[in-house]
Write a protein that binds this ligand. Structure first.
Ligand SMILES: [Zn+2]
Length: 167
């Protein structure tokens, strides 16, 4: 048994416990298949993430809900930083500070929705219906929690299911 791996790409020697070359990230000898499967799995997850439907409606137009999986939610806490400084000038408050806060807030909403999508995917869903965003103050007034929630479901195009569903 060799005592170390030799990178097939750059020739670097590295420990047997490592699954990839620390220098160029090439898979260690014998780990190529594992790497390929891992990349395939990540690619499939990315695809599911991109294809996941998120809607505020209780259904998706053109689709039938075939399974209600579970409620999903995701929280992101954001520091507002706008209530602490009473000395803030009028201009700052309605100009720069609010602008910066709105930007932070938009990022927090985006982050909460991203977390919600991953939570739904982890549940095996391909859509989230009744999705909504809520806002709550946490602790003191300078922290705001953005909560994204909805119902994780499985949907399929209704044309494929028509004829099989009977009322
Ligand atoms: Zn290497």
């Amino acid at each position: 048994m060799p005592e170390y791996n030799v990178c097939a790409n750059c020739g670097m020697q590295f420990g047997l416990a490592l699954s990839e070359c620390p220098k160029c990230k090439w898979p260690a000898p014998g780990r190529e298949e594992e790497r390929r499967l891992e990349e395939q799995r990540r690619e499939e997850e990315r695809k599911r993430f991109e294809e996941l439907i998120v809607t505020a409606s209780p259904g998706v137009e053109g689709y039938l809900v075939t399974k209600y999986i579970d409620l999903v939610s995701a929280e992101v806490v954001v520091g507002t930083g706008i209530f602490s400084e009473f000395s803030a000038s009028f201009f700052d408050f309605f100009g720069g500070r609010i602008g910066a806060f709105e930007k932070k807030f938009a990022q927090a909403k985006e982050a909460a929705l991203t977390k919600l999508r991953w939570a739904a995917i982890a549940q095996g869903a391909n859509a989230v219906i009744c999705a909504k965003l809520d806002y709550e103050n946490v602790g003191d007034r300078n922290l705001l929690m953005v909560v994204a929630s909805g119902t994780a479901v499985l949907v399929e195009p209704s044309s494929a299911a028509s004829g099989e569903i009977e009322d």
